[in-house]
Design a protein around this ligand. Structure first.
Ligand SMILES: CC(C)(COP(=O)(O)OP(=O)(O)OC[C@H]1O[C@@H](n2cnc3c(N)ncnc32)[C@H](O)[C@@H]1OP(=O)(O)O)[C@@H](O)C(=O)NCCC(=O)NCCS
Length: 185
């Protein structure tokens, strides 16, 4: 799927349920990602089954991917790239990137590292001209990640998920110009 210095993104399998439950069974992780808290490993396994069932219905190359440490294989979080849903849950043309980590892995820069790889995947591999991210206003850490990725704050929007969210946007041309500047340094 993609690799970074420390992380490998791959497809979910049902065998990941126990590790995934560290995230989806933690209210501190799920409260800003719009999902329900999973009360048991079995409930998390059902969530993974749903993700696996939905993935082939997404545009090619998109989905939600576990982030495993390259060194140990431990799952530390998940990255996603997929169409943003409108108020009714219908997929829009706007493609979002997103991230969440198990709480014990916060503060290590993994979300930013995965986010940079998502930008590259979206702009280069999937040939998308624009990428979006939406963040709940109180989610301070995620705002930091979006800004650190160079995404532009477009203000609040109610266009997606039936919620009022802060909307970040990055155009490929701006991303490429910035990458070129960084290479020159
Ligand atoms: C969002 C998330 C992935 C960020 O993980 P992370 O990169 O490990 O985040 P960090 O804990 O390093 O925080 C990122 C930055 O935000 C800052 N930050 C964290 N919490 C903060 C707070 N409450 N107020 C202000 N700044 C905060 C950190 O200091 C850090 O900046 P620094 O590197 O300059 O110190 C993680 O918090 C998470 O999984 N949250 C639950 C799921 C979620 O909300 N996903 C995003 C949905 S949009």
């Amino acid at each position: 799927m993609f690799e970074t210095q420390r992380l490998r993104a791959r497809s979910w399998t049902l065998d990941d349920a126990e590790q995934a439950h560290v995230m989806y069974g933690d209210p501190e992780v799920v409260r800003h990602i719009g999902g329900d808290l999973r009360e048991s490993v079995d409930a998390t396994r059902e969530l993974l089954a749903l993700i696996l069932e939905r993935t082939p219905t997404l545009p090619a190359g998109m989905g939600s991917f576990p982030l495993a440490l390259r060194e140990t294989g431990e799952i530390v979080g998940a990255a996603l790239i997929k169409p943003l849903p409108d108020d009714d849950g219908k997929r829009t043309e706007d493609i979002e990137i997103g991230w969440h980590l198990a709480r014990c892995h916060w503060g290590n820069g993994y979300a930013t590292e995965a986010g940079r790889a998502l930008l590259e995947k979206g702009f280069i591999e999937l040939d998308l001209p624009i990428l979006h991210a939406v963040v709940e206003e109180p989610n301070a850490a995620s705002h930091v990640v979006a800004r650190r990725l160079g995404m532009n704050d477009e203000g609040m929007t109610d266009a997606y998920y039936g919620s009022v969210l802060r909307h970040y946007v990055l155009h490929r041309s701006d991303w490429q110009a910035r990458s070129a500047r960084e290479t020159d340094l």
